[in-house]
Design a protein around this ligand. Structure first.
Ligand code: FFO
Ligand code: GTP
Ligand code: K
Ligand code: MG
Length: 460
């Protein structure tokens, strides 16, 4: 028997409605202590999956506290698979807290963050990848990200992993048959052929999965985009214009931005993590020096570099030095301050910029910003026609496990090819099988499970 848990499942604040959720064996009996339904009915006796008008009362005085709508859902057809009651109260922190306090007083325990979803996992309604997807879904910042999370929540990744595990089991069965004939120490040629064929197909699936996940990661976290250039070229102005919000301080003083500033923005459907940096130049100022180092780091880590030059000044040695750092990096060169008289030597720039695209902009008249946005979008979509319903791995836990499974599988293939002992081959396939099992949360330790669910918000 599980303890009945409760929590406020809506955001705290002044909403129109707030929901207190109860889950567990006592959900209905606890509700019956603190609510009164019309015509003397009880929560216990209500039909499942219904919403009902009721009043919250003070059980000591039978005094009505407030009107509510009560949802009754009988397990196992519920979010947690347990009996669930949801009390829809008037919004406002005080009333919801009061209802929660009553639930606690009359037998429920406060839920831990993510405990409702954890119960859905422990009770077998969802697996680990689906639980992880619930967090991703809540935290998605773009349509793309939320769609991927939704696919995973529906069990698309789980289905693939389960299929691959079943295929490994098939291989294991073939190998085991050989073990039953101890006169053969080594795998027979026919067996080896079957095994290798099946293994190669599994291997291809795992590799494809890892490949698409690079994009999954980008979609979830945004393309790391560093805005780079020497002081006062208009980096912070660009950030503000792309965000359409004055997040960064802009002044005519060189060295205004001292530290790295990060903001998420959706540019024509592409999720971008914009990083505004301190202008890079030779400097003696200690604070600025640290900022400059961080800018260089940001440039190194960036997936995309937006490199600004001031077109109303001649190119400086600092510009030339900095440009060298963009070699081999996906970069867009931005000639800013187009509204002022052009002094920069475009031909020289073309020579120094490794064929990076060059765009002219003005941050004060907004000229060129739309073109820049289109360029960013095209860069992103060019190499990658991303199928909308692809299966992605969404976090490093999953990626690490798949990589390890692939290593084991490759070992198994190598061993089979070399005609090694059956036992050896068996071990590698079993490893691969178990590692894939961990992806969906089979045999996962308490520590991992607890760590994972603690990342949820309260009431989820
Ligand atoms: N009021 C309310 N809204 C909510 C939730 C909730 O728990 N309560 N959800 C939660 O966060 C989400 C909906 N997710 C849910 C997922 C599964 C089940 C569920 O009961 N599944 C059962 C039965 C399905 C059926 O009747 O066919 C199952 O899968 O066995 C319920 C909600 C979003 N909206
Ligand atoms: N005329 C003109 N002025 C601009 C343009 N873009 C930026 N500025 C001005 O240039 C100055 C510096 O802009 P910032 O955006 O602070 O430049 P920054 O590169 O972030 O500077 P640091 O943070 O100091 O490295 C400000 O006075 C801006 O208003 C532009 O396209 N045209
Ligand atoms: K500045
Ligand atoms: Mg700045």
């Amino acid at each position: 028997m599980s303890e009945t848990i409760c929590a406020i499942s809506t955001a705290l604040g002044e909403g129109a409605i707030g929901i207190v959720r109860l889950s567990g064996d006592e959900a209905f009996s606890i509700a019956d202590k603190i609510v009164r339904l019309p015509k003397g009915r009880t929560v216990e006796s209500l039909p499942t999956h219904t919403i009902n008008y009721a009043n919250i009362i003070d059980p000591k005085t039978e005094e009505k506290i407030e009107e509510i709508m009560l949802v009754k859902m009988v397990g196992p057809r519920t979010y947690t698979t347990e009996d669930v009651v949801e009390i829809n109260c008037h919004g406002g922190i005080i009333t919801i807290q009061k209802v929660l306090a009553l639930c606690l007083e009359y037998g429920a325990r406060m839920a831990e963050p993510g405990e409702f979803t954890k119960r859905a996992f422990l009770n077998g309604r969802i697996d680990l990848t689906q639980a992880e997807a619930v967090i991703d879904f809540i935290k998605s910042k773009t349509d793309e990200a939320s769609q991927i999370a939704n696919n995973q929540m529906q069990g698309r990744l789980s289905t693939l992993i389960k299929r691959l595990r079943a295929e490994i089991l098939d291989i294991l069965a073939v190998v085991e048959v050989n073990i039953d004939y101890p006169e053969y120490d080594d795998l027979e040629i026919e067996t080896t052929k079957t095994i290798l064929e099946k293994s190669t197909s599994i291997k291809n699936s795992l590799e494809a999965l890892l490949e698409t996940s690079k994009q999954g990661k980008i979609i979830k976290e945004g393309i790391n985009t560093a805005i780079i250039g020497r002081p006062n070229v208009g980096k912070s102005s660009l950030l503000n214009n792309l965000l359409q919000e004055n997040k960064a301080i802009v002044t005519d003083i060189a060295g205004t931005t001292r530290d790295v500033l990060e903001e998420h923005v959706n540019i024509k459907g592409v999720p971008i993590k914009l990083i505004d940096t301190a202008g890079i130049r030779e400097t003696e100022d200690v604070v600025e020096k640290i900022g400059v180092e961080r800018s260089k780091e940001a440039l190194e880590k960036a997936d995309l570099v937006l490199f600004l030059l001031n077109s109303s000044e001649e190119l400086t040695d600092d510009d030339r030095e900095l440009l060298k750092l963009t070699e081999g990096k996906t970069t867009i060169i931005i000639l800013n301050k187009l509204d002022l008289e052009t002094k920069i030597d475009i031909e020289e720039i073309e020579k120094l910029t490794y064929n990076h695209p060059i765009i002219k902009t003005s941050m004060t008249t907004y000229k060129g910003i739309d073109e820049l946005e289109k360029n960013i979008r095209d860069l992103f979509f060019k190499g990658a026609a991303r199928p909308k319903d692809a299966t992605y791995l969404s976090n490093t836990r999953q990626i690490n496990l798949i990589q390890q499974a692939l290593v084991s599988l490759n070992e198994a293939i190598k061993a089979a090819e070399m005609g090694l002992e059956v036992d050896m081959v068996l071990i590698d396939y079993t490893n691969a099988f178990n590692l894939l099992g961990e992806v969906i949360g089979e045999n996962s330790g308490d520590e991992l499970i607890n760590e994972l669910f603690s990342r949820f918000c309260l009431g989820k």
